[in-house]
Design a binder for this molecule. Structure first.
Ligand SMILES: [Zn+2]
Length: 134
């Protein structure tokens, strides 16, 4: 009975891990980091085609790892549970990488080739800057 429970639980626990367990998806999660990112932002950050990124984003969203938010013509993705970044950091240290090496990869940058409001805030009307997003 107990053994069966462990196996059932283990299967559930393994499901989201298996969704994130690819270098491409880890890269996407790092590029989204503690903030949020649109597809064109990830395109600029990672240098991959939009269709390819979207495919991974859909899988991560379907697994409830990412949540999305539409704002005008942009869809922003964020990591639903930020502790996931800690898990990635633990995995990095298992690979001999330092936590610092990982933390510099976590998204804080803006990309001139991305025209989202995060990267090009000048495109936002000044009066909109005081408006809080929900
Ligand atoms: Zn951007």
């Amino acid at each position: 009975m107990k053994k069966r429970h462990i196996l059932e639980f283990s299967e559930k626990i393994a499901a989201p891990l298996s969704v994130i367990a690819s270098p491409q998806r880890i890269a996407i999660l790092l590029a989204i980091g503690k903030g949020e990112a649109c597809v064109c932002h990830l395109e600029a950050a990672l240098g991959w085609r939009q269709a390819y990124i979207s495919q991974h984003l859909m899988a991560l969203r379907k697994a409830d790892i990412l949540q999305d938010r539409r704002e005008g013509r942009y869809v922003y993705y964020r990591i639903k549970n930020a502790s996931l970044l800690d898990l990635i950091t633990v995995s990095a240290s298992q690979s001999g990488l330092s936590a610092d090496a990982v933390s510099v990869l976590i998204n804080t940058q803006v990309y001139p080739s991305c025209e989202c409001p995060h990267c090009a805030p000048a495109l936002i009307p000044l009066n909109a800057l005081n408006v809080k997003t929900p």
